[in-house]
Design a protein around this ligand. Structure first.
Ligand code: ATP
Ligand code: MG
Length: 410
């Protein structure tokens, strides 16, 4: 069944524009550059009125207009095969206003230096490793970097404990192989091989989940910039413009799992948790707004107060101390990351839109908060109850929030 959603908004005043382009929705691991054309114009050619839209367009499609404006006004030198200069890539990530007045929305909210180091790394011969606790936008930044640098964020290998070497090197089309023997036509290149051949940015997600021997396949690729194909007596040499962004979660299993030989091929950039509550509120409201728009949810007029409360609760429990520094708290087992705060608020917004009066209230986020905080039904529940009774209950202006949380916790 295919359902097409008209790009009209539920609430006209908010000017919900549909994503610029409904790109191909197929398997992003194997589509790649054929599916998403260059930066300019890629947003204009799909998504006619009756056509189904991608639920989540790729960054290069969703922000095609911004990328095109940057490319048009970017007169700084671009490294080989880059769609933009490093300066323009950083501006795309951090946001800004171009000379002609075009506003570039910030994608990443955080220290400028981090983005600058990440972007310059991609212009060198070292690969980039984005490291951080869960929900610190590692995947998000990697996608946007690839979109801005190469105009294509889909050359992606998803790392799991079961990722085979073929996912990084190449595989075979067995029908072809049996019929005609090994040949270029029978070879199925991996996204990394394609990125090497085309001078693009490859992405490897969750690198430290990949078994060590498979990870080590990357060593030759990153140091020799070549991928031998012994079956054919050939090799694929990386052309200029090729680089690789890997992400790894330092909570999952340590970055120590990376062999030192491989680690030396990467420049590591650690993405921090948002430093201040204001920064985190800003990130959550921006993302909730974007996600809400893509889901055609009406904007919640007074949502910001509720977002502030969700962020306060998450930060206090995460840090193990109240904002005023007076009360020490126990931290629950969940990560309570910014990403989870975004999900809680988006879920609340959907509740408010479909079952409430459209205004985001404490009752809409309470269940989501409970679900995020109480991961371990025994220990976390005690921590949550204690927090409710000692902190939330006493806080000025939080009575409605306390009542709503009590109701769902009961
Ligand atoms: N500093 C930030 N700036 C902008 N968005 C952020 C920031 N921190 C988190 N987010 C948002 O959080 C969401 C989740 O981020 P993402 O999935 O990239 O996290 P991750 O670090 O890859 O997590 P995991 O380790 O679980 O894979 C994204 O929607 C992203 O926009
Ligand atoms: Mg991730």
């Amino acid at each position: 069944m295919s359902v097409s959603v008209e790009p009209t908004s539920v609430e006209p005043s908010r000017n919900h524009s549909a994503p610029a382009n409904a790109g191909p929705t197929g398997d992003s691991v194997t589509t790649g550059s054929a599916g998403s054309a260059g930066i300019a114009g890629s947003g204009a050619d799909a998504g006619g009125p009756g056509e189904p839209q991608a639920l989540r367009p790729h960054a290069e499609d969703a922000f095609a207009a911004e990328l095109a404006a940057l490319a048009a006004q970017d007169d700084r030198p671009r490294p080989a095969r880059w769609k933009l200069s490093p300066w323009a890539v950083a501006t795309y990530l951090l946001g800004g206003t171009l000379p002609d007045g075009t506003v570039i929305t910030p994608k990443y909210v955080g220290p400028r230096r981090i983005v600058e180091v990440a972007v310059t790394t991609l212009a060198t011969d070292r690969a980039l490793l984005l490291l951080g606790v869960p929900g610190t936008a590692k995947t998000w930044v990697s996608e946007h970097l690839a979109a801005a640098v190469s105009g294509d964020s889909t050359l992606l290998v998803q790392g799991t404990a079961g990722t085979p070497e073929e996912a990084i090197r190449y595989g075979w089309n067995y029908a072809q192989l049996l019929a005609h023997g090994p040949s270029r036509a029978a070879l199925v290149p991996s996204p990394v091989m394609r990125a090497m051949a085309e001078g693009m940015t490859a992405r490897v997600e969750e690198l430290t989940r990949i078994p060590a021997d498979v990870q080590d396949t990357l060593i030759t690729i990153l140091s020799e910039k070549t991928l031998p194909i012994p079956e054919l007596g050939e090799e694929v040499q990386a052309v200029r413009g090729f680089n690789l962004i890997a992400t790894a979660n330092d909570r999952d299993r340590g970055v120590n799992d990376l062999s030192s030989a491989l680690r030396r091929r990467f420049n590591t950039v650690v993405l921090p948790l948002p430093e201040t509550p204001e920064a985190e509120v800003d990130i959550v409201s921006r993302r909730v707004d974007q996600i809400g728009r893509s889901l055609d949810l009406p904007a919640a007029p007074d949502g910001i107060d509720e977002i502030r409360r969700v962020v306060t609760v998450f930060r206090e429990l995460r840090d193990g101390v109240t904002t005023d520094g007076r009360t020490k708290l126990k931290s629950p087992s969940g990560t309570l990351s910014t990403a989870e705060a975004i999900s809680v608020v988006t879920g609340g917004l959907a509740l408010a839109a479909h079952f409430g009066d459209g205004v985001l209230r404490a009752g809409d986020v309470a269940a989501g908060i409970l679900g995020a905080v109480v991961r371990d039904p025994a220990a976390d529940r005690v921590i949550w109850q204690e927090y409710l009774e000692t902190v939330v209950r006493e806080r000025d202006g939080w009575k409605d929030f306390y009542r709503a949380c009590r109701e769902v916790s009961a």
